[in-house]
Write a protein that binds this ligand. Sequence first.
Ligand code: SF4
Length: 383
Amino acid sequence: MELLGKSKEELRAFCVALGEPAFRGAQIYHALYSERKFDVAQITNLPAALRERLRKEARITLPEVKQQFASADGSVRYLFGLGSAEENKDFNTEFAENIASTEKGGKERASRLQKPASVEAVFMPSEGRQTICISTQAGCAVDCHFCLTAQLGLIRNLTAGEILAQVLLPLEEHKTRLAPQTNVVLMGQGEPLLNFEPVMAAVRILLDPEGMGISPKHVTLSTSGIVPGIERLAQEKVRPKLAISLNASNDEQRDALMPINKKYPLAMLIDACKEYPLRTWEHLTFEYVMLGGLNDAAEDARRVVRLLAPLKSVKVNLIPWNPGELPYRESSPERIEEFRRILVDRGVPAFVRYSRGRDVMAACGQLALLQIDGSQSPVVSLR
Ligand code: SF4
């Protein structure tokens, strides 16, 4: 039995099945997520006999840190090596078995599932806090045209344990100089709402005061606009903040940049946002990557204002494009400022978010050095 990623209830049930009292499960839960003990031998409040039994009957699988890149601004980009879906017996077996027969190109992808995958996370320290950007899938099926992760297709979904490990490992590595506040953003590779259950299992542990104890104000899930996923998230009792990757001011533009818009066009997306139950302290964040000459005109800014007008509490993050391999160019700082001014003057809070870690390809739009089929290739991901 894999322990990492399991909820308190699952660990309690596991201990009961071993003939142990249920509270032993809560002790394991606390040790894993609150104390970051990744070896059962270190969980010394468990009886020695139980530790020995767990050593034989359970495992705690951490991804391998394959590479680390430290930026001059203090950010650290991690390349994590994961096992194959095939190795992970607790997870995804149906998914792994079925895709070969049900999907176009599925045979090739099924064979990739047998191979280890890699994902990335970025640790970004700053005054009073650290922010960790994590991945929820290896590769991505969504096909945003400005994102090279899209060119990989979906390699596989990550498990809750693999998602949590991207937070636990950097926190453990930097434990002697952690700031009091930890922010987690689900903006790395993958579309979190297309891996809903494992993502929410991880989020519940992140937000549980007895688990990792991070405030819901400090965990943000970013989606390309998967409307059924937004509706499902709205039903969750425990949930992170929601950010929507907008990047366009009308359907024509968004269809060209993000084909997912054909399935969930802007009117449908905005309707789902209207229905989304915000907490008193919460606002919806819209991310808008500024692509020179493409979506950065004054008219685009005015359309964004009109688009967001039906929503109660929003803010817009304008993200300057980081030039890479893709055929887009940066907006000028003057153009970005003019865009921001138009939003702010019309009552839409807007901020320019410059990316961290540009020198190690950890910035937004540069997050990737994926390892596929055993070879490394630089790949740009946008979220
Ligand atoms: S931007 Fe995000 S949702 Fe779109 S293809 Fe890239 S990883 Fe997937």
